[in-house]
Design a protein around this ligand. Structure first.
Ligand SMILES: [Zn+2]
Length: 117
C-alpha cells in the first residue's frame, strides 16, 4: 500500500466533501428563502421541509465522513494509519481500498456502530 497515494486520495475526498457541503448549504439557503412564498400552500411547504430535512441529513453525513477523513490524515502523520484504533490490528488493505478513511477493522466497526446506534 502506497501511503503517498492514500494521502492524495484522502485529500481529494476532503475537497469533494467540502464542495458537496458548500453546494448543499447553498441550496438550503435558497430554498428557505422560497419557503416564505409557500405559506398559502401547506402541501408544498411540507414537501419543501422534507427536502430541507434531507439536505440537513446529507450535510451531517458529509460532516461525519469529513471528520473521519481528517482523522485518517492525522493517523498518516502519526504513522498509525492502517491499524484499527480499537484493537490495533492491521486493517485489511482490501478494506482500506474501499474505505481509505476506515479507522477500525470490520469487527470493531460493527461493534462501534452497534454501540452508537
Ligand atoms: Zn479492530
Amino acid at each position: 500500500m502506497d501511503l503517498h497515494d492514500v494521502r492524495a486520495q484522502l485529500e481529494q475526498m476532503l475537497r469533494e466533501l467540502d464542495s458537496a457541503t458548500a453546494t448543499l448549504e447553498g441550496e438550503g439557503a435558497g430554498e428557505s428563502e422560497e419557503l416564505s412564498h409557500f405559506d398559502q400552500h401547506p402541501a408544498d411547504t411540507a414537501t419543501e421541509l422534507s427536502d430541507a430535512d434531507r439536505e440537513v441529513a446529507l450535510i451531517e453525513a458529509a460532516d461525519d465522513q469529513r471528520s473521519q477523513v481528517v482523522a485518517a490524515l492525522k493517523r498518516l502523520d502519526d504513522g498509525t494509519y492502517g491499524r484499527c484504533v480499537d484493537c490495533g490490528k492491521q486493517i485489511p488493505p482490501a478494506r482500506l481500498e474501499v474505505r481509505p478513511e476506515a479507522a477500525r477493522c470490520v469487527e470493531d466497526q460493527a461493534r462501534h456502530e452497534a454501540a452508537a446506534g
